[in-house]
Design a protein around this ligand. Structure first.
Ligand code: MRU
Length: 346
């Protein structure tokens, strides 16, 4: 991969600034957890697994900033750091998964001196990133087996290297099929309002010479109906126990259209995106973002001043529209309730 989404280097967090792609490839440096929190909120880094990694690295930075004379005061301040990071974006469960994992590391080593705990937190954040890369490659391997030679694949939003440590979940499946020599091509939904498909998916697939064609969101249905799409794959921000899946707004429409046209519709996600505490997708919090994302494109106004706007950033696709969920441990289908619990050993 010719870019690095997020990296811990010399006690700084380095992130490619996704708000500036594809025009400029700029890397921002963060030295404090407040900066990382702002980067998550402002979508410098986005995509569920990448948000989880960023949050964990934010905690590691925060731990370095804490001044305390013992574990209890240190841990109370670490919880504050986690609270600030946890208030950035509500939908992707990987954020909270990353924060919990970091808090657990601190608690498990409370008998150590604070310097050692800070070092362990740093090591944990770095290993979350490394694990994510390996997990995405496994997702890609399992998913590639489902893709037929010569398939035209539709994807929505960006569930690629930019949304993970570097290989992608939905784009991991696409990369896996491409690397297996399957001669695939990709249709990327532009993904209004933030244009993750146009700005990010098209950019990273072109960088890797994977054939990609950009379409506006409202073209997907017609392409499906006229036999130009064979397979759909998207990422996920949170998957409830019954398989209902929150992902970028517009995913639900793609899934319904895929079912109507008898096209397989897969979700690709790591196990860290499962939220089995939630029995169904109605319980998933949906982030509502600023109206300007809808009324403006790249800062240029496209709507009358003062118009009322809705901007839910995610929707929930009911499990009945999902052909299968591709994880690092294999593909789950059918009785999601049972199969997802079995996958995590419950
Ligand atoms: O608002 P975003 O860009 O963070 O939304 C991203 C998505 O919806 C992705 O599809 C999802 O996080 C999966 S990323 C592997």
């Amino acid at each position: 991969m010719s870019f690095r989404t997020i990296e811990w280097r010399d006690n700084k967090v380095i992130m490619i600034d996704q708000t500036r792609l594809p025009a400029e490839e700029v890397y921002n440096e963060y030295t404090d957890f407040q900066g990382v929190a702002e980067a998550i909120r402002g979508m410098v880094v986005r995509g569920a697994p990448a948000i989880g990694i960023a949050a964990a690295m934010g905690v590691a930075l925060g731990a370095r900033e804490i001044i305390a004379d013992g574990f209890d005061t240190f841990y109370r301040q670490l919880e504050n750091v986690c609270d600030v990071l946890g208030r950035t974006r509500p939908t992707a469960v990987n954020l909270f998964w990353g924060l919990e994992r970091m808090k657990r590391v601190a608690l498990q080593h409370k008998e150590l001196d604070l310097h050692s705990i800070r070092e362990l937190l740093k090591a944990e954040a770095i290993s979350i990133e490394a694990e994510d890369l390996a997990i995405c490659k496994e997702i890609g391997r399992h998913g590639a087996a489902l893709v037929k030679e010569g398939a035209s694949i539709l994807t929505h939003c960006n569930a690629g290297g930019l949304a993970t440590a570097g290989y992608g979940t939905a784009l991991g499946v696409i990369r896996g099929a491409h690397e297996a020599g399957k001669n695939i091509r990709v249709f990327a939904d532009e993904t209004r309002p933030w244009l993750q498909g146009a700005r990010l998916t098209a950019w990273e697939l072109m960088k890797d010479s994977i054939p990609v064609t950009l379409i506006s969101d409202n073209m997907a249905g017609w392409l499906m109906k006229s036999g130009q799409i064979d397979f759909c794959v998207v990422g996920a921000d949170r998957i409830a126990a019954n398989g209902d899946t929150a992902n970028k707004i517009g995913t639900y429409s793609v899934a319904v259209l895929a079912k109507e046209n008898r096209i397989p519709f897969y979700v690709a996600a790591p196990i860290s995106t499962l939220d089995l505490k939630l029995s169904n997708g109605d319980q998933i919090p949906i982030e509502e973002r600023a109206p300007e994302e809808v009324t403006k494109v790249q800062g240029v106004s496209i709507a009358p001043e003062g118009v009322k706007v809705r901007n839910p950033a995610f929707d929930v696709t009911p499990a009945r529209y999902i052909t299968g969920i591709i994880t690092e441990k294999g593909v789950v289908r059918g009785d999601y309730e049972k199969e997802l619990r079995a996958l995590v050993g419950l």
